[in-house]
Write a protein that binds this ligand. Structure first.
Ligand SMILES: [Zn+2]
Length: 487
């Protein structure tokens, strides 16, 4: 059902919000905080979000319903960006606009896989992003299994001639997502390493923690501007079966087919909008998430909810009784999923933003990104040397909603804000519970029904509260980080 944009000016939300503000202010009376003190406003924003008075769920529902899958460079990604820019404008954000950049898009074609010997069995496979098609008739090869990427890298040159190399590494389930980080290089580097040793194709046990016959896709990295051989992920149960047949001492022969293609003159885009600061509008607190998604689900948790969280948090800030001192800038990045690590291939939203806004980066106070699904936030990390008073204030506001202070600064704040961080901008992190995220990540199961509204609200509460504290403060996180790094 189409939604009337006028609804998004939220007269009802404003009045509900006013009630929550009044209640929070009354509750805070005992603490004798002035209602306009940054911490007091942060508490009010937090409680409004927790009470469900944010547009987060409505945003992700509408995004995934209207535009479905949003692969980088596709018409649906482009249309979602136009919708988002128009919606942000109608919500009262300032400077809502789109910044486009050229990319070579990758499009999945049809694809299939099967064991053809010692006994026929269909395989559940999906081509890895950016990997080339097979010949039109497909290709056949004997599988050589490696327990890890490291083991594949230890294979001798030429030892895989005519073979299909398979990396069979399991993804460890962890709360912080470290299991994914440990396994993902098999996906990004495997095809290249296999091809260097003569393989004709690459197979990967899905980088995921489920045991369903669904596949986790994702990008393979270019080396010298290309992925050299067709590369596929396969479901965990299919990887198990190949592994067991091989353990019987039998050679597993597979047939693989993909008609993936490249679209060299495509475009992607970032969507940008602001709540301008009341005192130092040139100082920017950047909240990022990505609007593109993989093609087989509807990108609900990766990263529809991330866009919903940052937009909803910024909208609560926009509707607060007064503006924060600094500008809060929302950036919905394009083309994140296909990002490449090495120039000149690394043209993606995060890179395009950092180069378009290079001159302004010196005034970027702090950046953060939401891109780990929708499960609850359990810890926050601030850049090195953020003042002790600021960290204490953040803990007072976040601890009541189940969030602890991390031991150190953010280890990895996100792909999209990476180029800003590389340029010296400090980052914060609100870490989400990733225990179940990699059951669904990059699969056809990434759909709206997986979104838990109360957890989504907790995320918005955390973002609105912490971002308010940052945006309404005088703390120079960059200076603090620099002096901490060079004592
Ligand atoms: Zn993502």
């Amino acid at each position: 059902m189409p939604t009337d944009p006028a609804r998004h000016s939220h007269p009802t939300l404003r009045s509900k919000f006013a009630v929550v503000l009044a209640l929070s202010a009354a509750a805070l009376g005992a603490r004798a905080l002035p209602t306009s003190a940054p911490e007091s406003v942060a508490v009010q924003l937090r409680d409004a979000a927790l009470a469900g008075h944010s547009l987060a769920y409505e945003w992700v529902s509408e995004l995934t319903t209207r535009f479905g899958p949003r692969p980088a460079g596709s018409a649906s990604e482009h249309q979602a960006a136009e919708w988002a820019a128009a919606r942000l404008k109608s919500l009262g954000f300032e400077n809502a606009h789109i910044e486009g950049f050229p990319i070579t898009a990758w499009a999945r074609g049809s694809e299939s896989g099967a064991i053809i010997a010692p006994r026929a069995q269909p395989l559940v496979v999906a081509a890895l992003g950016e990997s080339p098609p097979t010949p039109a008739a497909g290709l056949d090869g004997d599988v050589v299994i490696f327990a890890s990427l490291a083991e594949l890298k230890a294979a001798a040159p030429g030892s895989l001639a005519g073979k299909v190399a398979m990396v069979d590494e399991r993804t460890v389930r962890t709360q912080d997502g470290a299991g994914y980080s440990a396994a993902v290089e098999g996906r990004t580097e495997g095809a290249h390493e296999a091809a260097q040793r003569g393989a004709i194709a690459f197979l990967l046990r899905s980088v995921g923690t489920d045991n369903h016959r669904i596949v986790h896709t994702g990008t393979a990295h270019y080396v010298d501007g290309r992925v050299p051989v067709p590369a596929f992920a396969l479901s965990a149960p299919d990887a198990d079966q190949i592994e067991r047949i091989a353990r019987l001492g039998q050679t597993v022969r597979v047939h693989l087919f993909s008609s993936a293609s490249y679209l060299p003159n495509a475009h992607s885009q970032n969507v940008i909008a602001e709540v301008r600061g009341r005192e130092r509008p040139q100082e920017v607190v950047l909240l990022g998430a990505h609007l593109d998604s993989w093609d087989q689900g509807t990108g609900a948790i990766d990263d529809g909810t991330g866009t919903a969280i940052v937009v909803a948090a910024a909208k609560l800030i926009r509707d607060a009784p007064h503006r924060p001192r600094r500008t809060v800038r929302v950036v919905l990045f394009g083309s994140e999923e296909v990002s490449q690590p090495v120039p000149p291939e690394s043209v993606f939203g995060g890179h395009a933003y950092a180069s378009n806004h290079q001159a302004e980066l010196v005034d970027h106070v702090l950046v953060g990104e939401s891109d780990l699904g929708t499960d609850r936030v359990y810890s926050f990390a601030l850049p090195k040397g953020a003042s002790v008073e600021f960290a204490r204030s953040a803990l007072r506001v976040l601890n009541p909603i189940g969030i602890l202070a991390a031991d150190g600064p953010p280890a990895e704040a996100g792909a999209d804000v990476g180029p800003c961080i590389d340029a010296g901008v400090p980052a914060f992190q609100l870490s989400q519970d990733a225990t179940h995220y990699f059951d669904i990540h990059h699969t056809p199961d990434d759909t709206l029904d997986k979104v838990d509204r109360s957890q989504l609200d907790q995320n918005v509460a955390a973002w609105a509260a912490l971002v308010w504290l940052v945006a309404d403060s005088d703390v120079d996180f960059r200076a603090a980080a620099a002096s901490a790094a060079h004592p």
